[in-house]
Each structure stands twice: as structure tokens, then as C-alpha cells.
Ligand binder design. Structure first.
Ligand code: SF4
Ligand code: SF4
Length: 135
């Protein structure tokens, strides 16, 4: 048996914002776990993709925004193609990152990278970071 909960039960501004940005209805998720079982980087996450969906249904968006998971996600789209309910989980992950980036959380500033030998970093790494982490 899974939790009987619906969008009307949640009066949470952040849940609405995530919905607006991603276009995804988290209440469609029935916790089959397909997204997490196919995620290539799930071992590096502190909460799994299906847990992200469950926390979203509970309105616990702050917990997701503080997680490592949304940054570990590589946007490979595996979860989105595996979801039997048609939920684009990768888009949700992006929506959480977007909310943080709009608040200045996680933004990469190339002039202040805290890494040694910055000049030896592959250019593609910097390009990807700029695209993913500048909002
Ligand atoms: S898009 Fe992100 S959450 Fe989904 S399978 Fe890929 S790495 Fe995992
Ligand atoms: S695959 Fe879809 S329905 Fe299954 S747990 Fe993930 S988001 Fe929910």
C-alpha cells in the first residue's frame, strides 16, 4: 500500500515552483524504483531519485535542495526513459538545481575555482560546468 496523497493536499510554494519549472507532476510517482535502479551514479547520491520524488510528494523540498543528489545527477536521462509513469525525473533534478542557482547556491565562478592547476583542467569540463551551474 502506498501513501494516499495528492497535489491538493500540499500547500507549498516550493512544490508549486518545482512543478512550474519542470512541468512534471510528482504525484504521478508510485515508487516503483525504476529510476533509481537504472541511475549510473546512484551510489554517489545521498538520497535516491525515487526518494526525491517521495520527498517532493511530502512537500519536503528544502531537504532535496540541500542534498548532494541534485548536483551528482549527470542528466543522463536514464531515469526519464525508464519511468513507467512518464515522469521526466532528469527535468525535476534540473528544476531543483535551478531553484538553488537562482538563489546563488552552487553557482560556479570561473575566476574563483577552488582547485589546483586550474590551467590543466579540460576545457570541456569548464564548458559543462558553465552550462550546468550558472543558472
Ligand atoms: S538523469 Fe540524473 S538521476 Fe536520472 S539516471 Fe541520470 S544521473 Fe541518475
Ligand atoms: S520510475 Fe517513475 S514511478 Fe517509478 S519511482 Fe521513479 S519516478 Fe516514480
Amino acid at each position: 500500500m502506498y501513501l494516499e496523497i495528492s497535489k491538493k493536499d500540499i500547500n507549498n510554494e516550493l512544490v508549486q515552483k518545482i512543478h512550474e519549472i519542470s512541468g512534471q507532476n510528482v504525484f504521478d510517482c508510485y515508487q516503483c524504483g525504476n529510476c533509481s535502479s537504472g541511475c549510473p551514479v546512484v551510489d554517489y547520491m545521498d538520497i535516491t531519485p525515487n526518494q526525491v520524488l517521495r520527498l517532493s510528494q511530502y512537500g519536503s523540498i528544502e531537504e532535496i535542495l540541500k542534498s548532494e543528489t541534485i548536483w551528482v545527477c549527470s542528466t543522463c536521462l536514464q531515469c526519464s526513459t525508464r519511468c513507467p509513469k512518464g515522469i521526466d525525473v532528469a527535468k525535476l533534478m534540473e528544476a531543483f538545481r535551478t531553484v538553488n542557482l537562482r538563489d546563488g547556491v552552487g553557482v560556479v565562478d570561473p575566476d574563483h575555482l577552488e582547485v589546483e592547476n586550474k590551467d590543466e583542467l579540460p576545457p570541456i569540463l569548464l564548458v559543462c560546468a558553465m552550462r550546468k551551474l550558472t543558472g
